[in-house]
Design a protein around this ligand. Structure first.
Ligand code: GDP
Length: 311
């Protein structure tokens, strides 16, 4: 079966399934809509963490041990900066630095974030289109017991330790969908929209906060399928389950499914959560822990097969 596929993705969890989809789909069939709520300016550079994770993962440049950044990285810059008493809390590898410098240069020359990302993915030999949710700035801010924190301040500087009370996506109300996002949803060949197993609150909600995004999902003829980032009540990595508990939500696949209720046609849970039933929602269970490339491709095929049956 051929046709276009859209995947909504954050960083690490989303990129795993995005890689599987990229490998099982034909070139040109996949459009990945990336969260840019984590984007920030640091040391004068425009940093787009989720776009970079997607670029590195799909180009095979990612560090499988650390789970972020580039493989075979060196850290001379960050060390030298720390020696000078500079802002070294956000580690920038020497190779990684290049992507931030090049993005910042192109943006300053007048390119949109979409254009910069398109140029980078082509240069890195990536087949899938990677599109920011918006070319305008949207900034995730975390309301915590220590007050409002900018996202990277919460995530990296404070290592997700403060208790989360709420979230805000500053600028989302005025942001417009990137042109390629709107075009992807309008494509009559669209056969599936997949919400990757990303953090629903920090990675998917900022995308959904861009005006028109929810309507695009609700209005598209293709089935919309989400994959749970929570397996047996736990996150595979990161603060998703901790945050859910702090927000007064039970950390479970069911809570994630209910979060997306009305927006999705089907929900994929891990086999550990088989048996979950929600009225009006198709639920399918399969192994969803993606360790190897084979795991990622298998889950991608499973989701695409489900979409074909729902179509
Ligand atoms: P971030 O932006 O880098 O935090 O990454 P994402 O939001 O895309 O992904 C974080 C989520 O991915 C966490 O909730 C994890 O539980 C989930 N995750 C990571 N690896 C896997 C996996 O192999 N399978 C599933 N089902 N979820 C995963």
């Amino acid at each position: 079966m051929s046709g276009q596929v859209i995947a909504l993705s954050g960083g690490i969890g989303g990129a795993k399934l995005a890689l599987g989809l990229d490998r099982v789909l034909a070139p040109g069939e996949l459009t990945i809509i990336a969260n840019t709520g984590d984007d920030f300016r640091h040391l004068g550079l425009h940093i787009s963490p989720d776009i970079d994770t997607l670029l590195y993962t799909l180009a095979g440049l990612d560090d499988p041990v650390k789970g972020w950044g580039r493989r075979d990285e060196t850290w001379t810059f960050t060390r030298a900066l720390a020696e000078l008493g500079g802002e070294a809390w956000f580690q920038l590898g020497d190779g990684d630095l290049a992507i931030h410098v090049e993005r910042t240069r192109r943006l300053a020359a007048g390119e949109t974030l979409s254009q910069v990302t398109e140029a980078l993915r082509r240069r890195l030999g990536i087949g899938a289109r990677i599109v920011p949710m918006s070319d305008e700035p949207v900034a995730t801010r975390v309301h915590t017991d220590e007050g409002w924190l900018d996202f990277q301040h919460y995530f990296v500087r404070r290592r997700c330790e403060p208790r989360v009370v709420g979230l805000d996506f500053a600028g989302a109300g005025e942001a417009r969908m990137a042109p390629e996002v709107a075009a992807a949803f309008a494509d009559p060949a669209l056969r599936a929209v997949i919400l990757c197993p990303s953090n629903p609150y920090l990675s998917v909600d900022p995308i959904l906060a861009v005006p028109g995004m929810r309507a695009a999902l609700a209005g598209c003829a293709a089935p919309v399928i989400a994959v749970s980032p929570i397996i047996a009540g736990q996150a595979v990595k990161g603060p998703t389950a901790k945050m859910m508990a702090e927000l007064g939500l039970e950390p479970s696949a069911e809570t994630v499914a209910r979060h997306y209720e009305g927006l999705i046609d089907a929900f994929v849970v891990d086999e550990a959560d088989a048996g979950l039933a929600i009225a009006g929602m198709q639920i399918a269970a399969t192994p969803t822990l993606m360790r190897s490339l084979a795991d990622k491709q298998r889950l991608a095929r499973f989701v695409l097969g489900l979409a074909a049956r729902l179509a």
